[in-house]
Design a protein around this ligand. Structure first.
Ligand code: EPZ
Length: 414
């Protein structure tokens, strides 16, 4: 668990890690490309370790040196065993690449996760449009593309990030052209397309709602620097906001932060973005965080909702949150309430009345971003906070406690 003695006041500088949600699809791309892929700025995360175990199980050779991860692509198996699938539900993103690489794939249906049921209907219906035969019996997905992946027009009923990534990975070496309507526009899609195009792919329009993929015969691995993690960035910004801190974050992609700036500025923070750095100075006390509604990019990202709720818990005034993406993404409210936060949750709406001061308590993370929110709140709380369930936190944050300690927090893993 993580132990925090609050309140803290944060200051100093910190470099932001590479993006978890870009690294995972890039590792699926490494499986698809022949030869060697080298990813720079690859974060040390348990989800990345799980993805590496899957690649090695499938026949790839992986080597990590610091933040460089090298994958020698080979494929002598097309099945992901249950224990590896259970380790990370986003392993579904390997499906498209496996089918593209060897024409078939077998993996167990990814379980739901802490955020509620995680359906994959859009992944499956889209792949079927590309000529993939999928049998869903017995909790397993057995897929094959006897004629290879055929280009097609696919319209997504919801701009699913994972389904968009699976479609691109399946179609990039398919026969003919694939058009994705209502594609997800998240920056991680652009990072994936940039890498695939560098390997010889023809993916156009990534970042827009219509993505066109002209299938090519094969791709050869190359080098790529993983984009900065925009959710880790906003998490540290929230830590500064709740502690009246003044911090500078380096290796940031400032364009990706724009959809998340308004709650910070409304609450009186001064944010200065310059090149690859971001400086945030927070007032004491923090002003009110007003209305947050999570939406697909370029709307306010659902992953930023938990840490920003920790801000609202100590902001002056009342905030209304509407979580439109996941069914149960307010589980951190319970831990915040134990620390004295005034939060009312009704379905996808949460109303938060800011309080003067939170009080340290023993709380339990129930998911990755919710756990980060509890750590952020612990920095502002009076006294000692113990956050359990840190195995969730290290899935997506490279050394969150260490980073915050570098910024002056009295925090450590115990
Ligand atoms: C990605 O998940 C991210 N994970 C999530 O980050 C992020 O919250 C999410 O995108 C939204 O931005 C990775 O990139 C590994 P979706 P993904 O498919 O792809 C529904 C984190 O904390 N849906 O866009 O699973 C789904 O139930 C994680 O880093 C279907 O109904 O997100 C959800 O309500 C959490 N059918 C909504 O769409 C489908 O086939 C968004 O899901 C697929 C999704």
């Amino acid at each position: 668990m993580i132990m925090i003695d609050g309140p803290a006041e944060l200051g100093g500088e910190l470099a932001i890690q590479g993006a978890k949600n870009s690294t995972l699809p890039l590792l699926a791309a490494a499986l698809l490309c022949k030869g060697q892929t080298v990813l720079h700025n690859c974060p040390n995360l348990s989800d990345v370790d799980t993805a590496v175990r899957i690649l090695e199980h499938l026949g790839c050779r992986c080597r990590r040196e610091g933040h460089d991860l090298t994958v020698d692509s080979g494929m002598n198996d097309c099945e992901i065993p249950e224990e590896l699938m259970r380790g990370m539900r986003s392993s579904i993103v390997f499906l498209g690449a496996m089918i593209a690489r060897c024409g078939r794939a077998r993996l167990c249906s990814p379980g739901g996760c802490e955020l509620g049921p995680r359906p994959i209907d859009l992944h499956l219906s889209s792949l079927r449009r590309l000529g993939v035969e999928i049998d869903e019996s017995g909790g397993w997905l057995t897929c094959q593309a006897p004629e290879g992946v055929q280009g097609a027009y696919v319209s997504l009923s919801f701009p699913s990030v994972g389904a968009t990534e699976n479609l691109i990975l399946a179609a990039v070496c398919g026969k003919g052209t694939t058009i994705i309507a209502n594609a997800a526009r998240e920056p991680e899609i652009c990072d994936l397309a940039e890498y695939l195009n560098r390997c010889g792919g023809r993916v156009y329009g990534a970042g827009e709602s219509c993505v066109i993929i002209d299938g090519v015969k094969e791709l050869f691995g190359s080098e790529h620097r993983v984009m900065p993690d925009r959710i880790a960035t906003v998490t540290y910004m929230a830590a500064a906001a709740v502690t009246g801190g003044n911090i500078t974050l380096r290796d940031v992609d400032n364009a990706h932060i724009l959809p998340m700036l308004s709650p910070f500025e409304e609450a009186g923070c001064e944010v200065r973005q310059l090149g690859g750095s971001l400086n945030i100075m927070a007032p004491r006390p923090l002003g009110a965080v007003k209305h947050i509604r999570t939406m697909p990019y370029p709307g306010f990202p659902t992953d930023a909702q938990p840490p920003v709720m920790a801000m609202a818990a100590v902001g002056q005034g009342t905030s209304v949150f509407v979580e439109n993406i996941f069914e149960s993404r307010y589980r951190h409210a319970e831990g915040l309430q134990r620390m004295g936060a005034k939060i009312k949750v009704e379905g996808k709406v949460a109303v938060i009345e800011g309080v003067e001061r939170l009080t340290g308590a023993s709380v339990e993370a129930a998911d990755l971003r919710g756990g980060a929110a509890l750590v952020v709140a612990g920095l502002a709380a009076q006294g000692r906070t113990l956050v359990g369930g840190t195995e969730y936190i290290c899935r997506g944050y490279e050394n969150l406690a260490g980073g915050l300690a570098d910024l002056g927090a009295r925090i450590r893993e115990v």
